[in-house]
Design a protein around this ligand. Structure first.
Ligand code: MG
Length: 197
């Protein structure tokens, strides 16, 4: 098999691509894109990035959302994004929550961000297709400290966005420092990622 090297834009979902409602999103109606998030993803794709969503969805372990609901919302998100040529290549979600043990989901413990299980899974799945992820050319964008930490642990370049939970202060307090802080995903892509990639 011939191997090709690729760069990936890893994205958190809630609060980064779509608005964080303050609770778990279980229906299509609750999913509202953040302004120009779709344009940002389209620009990154045009610049050669693969798009992978990495999202904690512990609402599943907590009994607030079902696997089927989460997958339906993810499909709907990709439908919305595809209208702007911004569809994602892969999407991984983690159902596990440390405070809500569940026999079906405890094996996903190492997937919950800031752990890097989902990122490693994505990299492994690409490799199975002959695609080698260049970590040093790949980015992780999210609205929380755990996103920044996950990206750093996986050897990516981390960018924090001020949408969603906007944990800029918390990042400083915990000394988990992103490479760049942007007002939103559009600015993260246009003002930083495409400028330094
Ligand atoms: Mg988020």
């Amino acid at each position: 098999m011939t191997l090709h090297t690729i760069k990936v834009l890893f994205l958190d979902r809630d609060g980064t691509i779509n608005q964080d409602t303050g609770s778990y999103i279980s229906t299509k109606e609750q999913l509202v894109l953040i302004d120009r998030a779709d344009e940002a993803i389209a620009l990154a794709k045009r610049a050669g990035f693969r798009i992978v969503i990495i999202t904690n969805q512990a609402g599943i372990a907590r009994g607030i959302a079902t696997v089927e609901q989460v997958e339906e919302v993810n499909r709907y998100l990709n439908l919305l994004l595809s209208a702007k040529n911004a569809s994602f290549d892969r999407c991984y979600y983690c159902p596990y929550h440390p405070e809500y043990p569940h026999p079906d989901y405890d094996r996903f413990m190492d997937c919950r961000k800031p752990a890097t299980g989902m990122v490693e899974q994505a990299i492994g799945d690409f490799l199975a297709e002959g695609l080698v992820v260049d970590r040093s050319a790949s980015f992780f964008v999210g609205d929380k400290t755990l996103d920044v930490e996950c990206g750093m642990r996986a050897g990516m370049r981390s960018v924090l966005v001020r949408t969603g939970h906007n944990e800029e202060k918390l990042c400083i307090e915990r000394n988990i420092i992103p490479e760049f802080v942007a007002d939103d995903l559009y600015k993260a892509v246009t003002e930083y990622i495409l400028a330094v990639a």
